[in-house]
Design a protein around this ligand. Structure first.
Ligand SMILES: [Zn+2]
Length: 286
């Protein structure tokens, strides 16, 4: 495989870099060959095995003349593929600052990060954006999406693209036009959640039990079925809004791990008559 790194050098946005790699690759059959891609872009060594204390590591110098990647296989091969792509992201996004003198060290918590505040977290988020757009480009991802949001799509895409279910679901929430969020839980206790643009404030807290108002809590209690259908649910079970329509669907695995996809129908503010608000502020200008 031949790829030209010079062509990628002037691109800064993580999605655009992934897109440019795919442009050079042309049409390919999934899964995306992340190891060959990394090796064609000056990653000279890739080591995948069980490590303790970190998810991935990139050893490189400040100018990125070459790099070596270590990826943890503790959470499976699919997760390791994502980790390789994530470290390749740090390597290609040249403005990413090394965490230490020898490169980047990424924990599982870092790689889940979606907050924007600190530089470190921004870099993690950008490496994740690059990784998912490299492993699940629109040309391969969108073709398998149903008309409406559907967790079964995520399972199909996981197998099709050989990427972890969590990464696929995060991408689904971000990429679909609907107002979506996903909440991961284990044995009925919240692990973490992600939400897309415009989704109402989620009131779930890490470690807390799923709200008894949620359908997910009943599914987990009964351990019934792998996928539930999408059903109307009480918005207060998940969010701080009572005046929206909310739907939820859960996938429960035998290990007690569950993911719930939330789909909110939020009233479009443009539909409201803004005259009242305007009137309230009007006196200032009299
Ligand atoms: Zn990282």
């Amino acid at each position: 495989m031949h790829l030209d790194r010079i062509d990628l050098a002037d691109i800064h946005a993580p999605r655009a870099i992934a897109q440019a790699v795919h442009k050079q690759l042309g049409e390919i059959e999934p899964p995306v060959p992340v190891i060959s891609i990394a090796k064609a872009l000056d990653i000279t060594e890739i080591c995948t095995q069980r490590f303790y204390g970190f998810e991935g590591m990139l050893l490189t110098d400040r100018v990125r003349s070459r790099g070596s990647i270590l990826a943890n296989t503790k959470r499976g091969n699919r997760r390791a593929r994502f980790t390789i792509a994530h470290e390749l992201g740090h390597f290609l996004i040249e403005r990413h600052k090394l965490f230490g003198p020898t490169g980047f060290l990424c924990s599982a918590q870092d790689m889940r990060e979606t907050r924007k505040a600190q530089m470190h977290m921004r870099q993690e988020r950008e490496a994740n954006q690059f990784a998912i757009n490299l492993l699940a480009p629109p040309s391969l991802f969108d073709a398998l999406l149903s008309q409406d949001p559907e967790l079964k799509d995520a399972q199909q895409l996981r197998d099709h693209l050989n990427v972890s279910l969590e990464a696929v679901i995060r991408h689904l929430v971000e990429r679909r036009p609907e107002c979506l969020a996903a909440v991961w839980s284990k044995d009925g206790h919240i692990r973490y959640w992600v939400s897309g643009d415009g989704f109402p404030w989620i009131t779930c807290k890490r470690g807390e039990r799923l709200s008894s108002l949620s359908v997910a809590s009943k599914i987990v209690a009964k351990s019934s079925g792998e996928f539930s259908t999408f059903v109307d649910t009480n918005p207060i079970a998940w969010t701080n809004r009572s005046n929206i329509e909310l739907f939820e669907q859960t996938r429960l695995s035998p290990s007690g791990h569950a993911v719930t996809l939330l789909w909110a129908d939020v009233p479009d503010e443009d539909d409201n008559d803004n005259g009242g608000l305007y009137e309230l502020s009007a006196p200032k200008f009299r």
